[in-house]
Design a protein around this ligand. Structure first.
Ligand SMILES: *Cc1c(COP(=O)(O)O)cnc(C)c1O
Length: 438
């Protein structure tokens, strides 16, 4: 039976903890978490701590718990797809309601959760069909298991990559029960290397080395040449640039995007399957997409692993909006593309405006480089402008009053890079700068 001094878990606590927890109510945290903060403060103060001191410690502890909740942040790092900040920024307006997730409204029968978004994404990249899973790693895993489980898969030694978070191609291959056949060398792989090993192979896989670059004495084989060998070719393009021509950007592809492979181009070149992430250059929620020929996509959809990595309605709804934006050629309005294509002059003017307001002395406008991030376009810089504040203010900015501002500190200077800051957040940055100057 719960009573006034029970937390509902059957444990009794002294009223002083309860009173202390109640005094922290202004933080907005649920009572059980405030009890944790109060307990931890009392334990740390030991006997003889003054009530005021304990209250201060408890408040700090409650703030620490609150900062641990998922919340929007201002990304001042200049890394547009920052994995620690959720990669592509999301704008989701999802009303609370049931969803025709697997219900066909035309017939009233059971439908497919992939029919909606899969079809739209396929149309947007020129594939026969597409399937959505939880992330890019799962997309490749499902392809390998469904198309090549128990069979041989040929990969260049130059593409046996590790993507962040412990995703290593040889390990994914082992997990899928496909047998990895390595060809070529780290820096050079030729068409004949693939040909020599292609007999009996279920799949030739090409992995885009998203997060590193091999330069110098190198060669690799392009998708079109691989497609002529015989076995189906699967390409893990990683970043999800739907079309290298960027028809959704009024000005066409920006210069910094020139080396990035497009999904449509890989399919045009003869890839039977292409896999990519939803939250990199596609600009959507965390997801993985398998696009390509209808029969192979269907094989992926009917493999038991797919069931284990299928996305929920929340992700599919958000991804549907993204797919529609590409089909409507309004994808330039997706938050990622909007940030990526703001003219430098505009960033500079915003930086000048911020520096003209209250800020610590010595604060200046700075020209700085941004990057796409998220393991795409290594070494490629996007021109940007920002605000440089002398000293290390990273901690204070993360505790900014309106929203946490995540900034970078280089050689004793804190830089807020505006390439990754939405213009609507400039007042938040201005307020944070003003607070630093106090
Ligand atoms: C990012 C990436 C992955 C992993 O995708 P996640 O969505 O992070 O799981 C796999 N392959 C390549 C080439 C990538 O760039």
């Amino acid at each position: 039976m719960a009573d006034a001094t029970s937390d509902g878990l059957g444990t009794e606590r002294p009223p002083s903890i309860d009173a202390l927890a109640r005094s922290l109510g202004g933080t907005g945290l649920p009572h059980p978490l405030l009890v944790d903060a109060a307990r931890s403060a009392v334990a740390r103060a030991g006997r003889g701590g003054s009530t005021d001191a304990i209250t201060d410690v408890a408040l700090a502890e409650a703030e620490r718990l609150r900062a641990g909740l998922l919340q929007p942040v201002v990304n001042g790092t200049g890394v547009l797809l920052h994995t620690n900040l959720g990669r592509a920024p999301l704008e989701v307006n999802i009303d609370s309601a049931y969803l025709n997730l697997e219900h066909d409204l035309a017939t009233g029968r059971r439908g497919s959760r992939q029919a909606h978004v899969g079809g739209l994404l396929a149309r947007a990249c020129g594939a026969e069909a597409a399937l959505v899973v939880n992330n890019g790693a799962a997309a490749l895993l499902v392809v390998l298991a469904a198309v090549a489980g128990g069979q041989r898969v040929v990969v260049s030694r130059g593409e046996l990559v590790e993507i962040g978070g412990g995703f290593r191609i040889p390990e994914v291959m082992a997990l899928s029960r496909a047998t990895l056949v390595e060809v070529g060398t780290t820096n050079r792989t030729r068409l004949q290397d693939y040909r020599d090993m292609a007999t009996d192979a279920a799949l030739l896989v090409k992995v885009h080395p998203s997060n590193y670059r091999i330069t110098g004495f190198t060669s690799s084989v392009d998708v079109a040449a691989l497609a002529g060998i015989g076995p189906p070719v699967a390409v893990d393009v990683g970043s999800g640039l739907l079309d290298a021509a960027c028809p959704w950007l009024p000005g066409g592809p920006p210069a910094w995007l020139s080396e990035e492979p497009g999904v449509r181009q890989a399919l045009d070149d003869g890839a039977k399957l292409v896999t990519f992430s939803g939250d990199k250059l596609l600009g959507g929620p965390q997801a993985g997409v398998i696009a390509g020929s209808a029969d192979l996509v269907a094989a992926c959809a009917s493999h038991p692993l797919y069931r284990a990595v299928r996305p929920g309605g929340l992700v599919l709804r958000a991804l549907q909006d993204v797919a529609l934006a590409y089909l409507n050629r309004t994808a330039y309005r997706l938050p990622f593309w909007r940030l990526a294509t703001v003219p430098d002059a505009e960033l500079r003017a915003r930086a000048e405006h911020l520096v003209a307001g209250p800020a610590p002395s010595g604060t200046q406008v700075t020209s700085c480089a941004a990057v796409a991030g998220g393991g795409s376009l290594p070494g490629v810089e996007i021109p940007s402008w920002g605000v440089a504040v002398p000293g290390d203010h990273a901690d204070a900015l993360r505790r900014a009053r309106q929203l946490p501002v995540v900034a970078r500190v280089r050689e004793g200077t804190t830089v807020i890079n505006l390439r990754s800051v939405d213009v609507t957040n400039d007042p938040v940055v201005a307020d944070a700068l003003a607070a630093l100057s106090k």
